[in-house]
Design a binder for this molecule. Structure first.
Ligand SMILES: O=C1O[C@H](COP(=O)(O)O)[C@@H](O)[C@H](O)[C@H]1O
Length: 228
C-alpha cells in the first residue's frame, strides 16, 4: 500500500518521520534489534539530525544502520554517505552500529564479494525499514536508469558495484533484491521536479526507471514523505 504524506516544509517532514522512526525502534522487542538502511545524498540530513536528538534523549535499544549505497571515497570526504551518518548521528553514537558498505579494496568491484558476505552475516533477513532517497533522474540508492545492476534481482546478491553515469564516481549499492527485503519503505523527496518524476513512475511504470521498478516490486507499505 502506498501512502503519500505532504508537508509544508522539511522541518515538519523531519519531525514526523523521526518521531515515527523512534516509535518503531521502541516497539521492537529488545531481543531483535532493528536495522535501518538509509539513503545518503543531500536530502535526508535534517531527518537524521532530528532522529539523533530524539534517540539520544531516550535510547531504549541499540539499532543497526547501514547505507543504501556508498561512494568509494574516504569517510572524511564530504561525498561519503557513511561519513554523513557519523556526523548526523553523533549524539546517539553509542547506541547504533554501522555495517559498512566499504573496505580497504581499491574498487567496489574488487570489494563486492567481501561486502556481500559481511551483509549476509551481519544484517537480518529483512530490514525494519529502508529510508530511500531519489535522484531527479529517478535513481534510488546507486541503481541508475538503464544500469545493468537494476536487473540483479537475486536474493543471494546483497550488494552490487555501480558507477554514477554523470560523474563516473564508483559506488557500492545495496542490490535491488536486498532493498526489497524490508518491512517498510520510507521515500523522502522534495521539490516539484522530483514530485513529477515520482508521479510519472506511478502513472507509467517502466522497468528502466529505478524508482518505478522498485515501487512496482515493493511487497510492503511504502510511505512517501514530500514537501515543496
Ligand atoms: O547518489 C545518491 O543520490 C540519491 C539522491 O540524492 P539527493 O542528493 O538528490 O538527495 C540518494 O538517495 C543516494 O543515497 C545517493 O547516494
Amino acid at each position: 500500500m502506498l501512502h503519500f504524506n505532504e508537508f509544508a516544509d522539511f522541518s515538519s517532514l523531519s519531525q514526523k518521520l523521526a518521531t515515527q522512526w523512534l516509535e518503531l525502534v521502541n516497539a521492537t522487542p529488545a531481543n531483535s534489534p532493528s536495522s535501518f538502511a538509509l539513503a545518503g545524498g543531500t536530502t535526508p540530513a535534517p531527518v537524521y539530525r532530528t532522529f539523533d536528538a530524539l534517540f539520544a534523549a531516550a535510547p531504549s535499544r541499540r539499532i543497526q544502520l547501514l547505507a543504501t549505497d556508498e561512494r568509494w571515497v574516504e569517510d572524511a570526504d564530504p561525498q561519503s554517505n557513511e561519513g554523513l551518518f557519523r556526523r548526523c548521528f553523533e549524539h546517539s553514537s553509542g547506541h547504533w552500529d554501522l555495517v559498512s558498505l566499504k573496505n580497504t579494496e581499491p574498487t567496489p568491484v574488487s570489494a563486492v564479494s567481501d561486502i556481500n558476505q559481511r551483509l549476509t552475516a551481519q544484517c537480518p533477513a529483512k530490514f525494519s525499514a529502508i529510508l530511500l532517497g531519489m535522484g531527479a533522474d529517478g535513481h534510488v540508492a546507486s541503481l541508475f536508469p538503464n544500469a545493468p545492476q537494476l536487473l540483479v534481482n537475486d536474493a543471494s546478491t546483497a550488494c552490487v558495484p555501480a558507477v554514477n553515469p554523470q560523474t563516473l564516481q564508483e559506488r557500492m549499492s545495496l542490490s535491488f533484491a536486498r532493498l526489497l527485503q524490508t518491512e517498510r519503505i520510507w521515500l523522502v523527496i522534495t521539490g516539484a521536479e522530483k514530485r513529477a518524476v515520482f508521479d510519472q513512475a506511478i502513472k507509467q511504470p517502466s522497468a528502466t526507471s529505478p524508482i518505478s521498478a522498485f515501487l512496482a516490486a515493493a511487497r510492503c507499505d511504502v510511505e512517501v514523505f514530500w514537501c515543496p
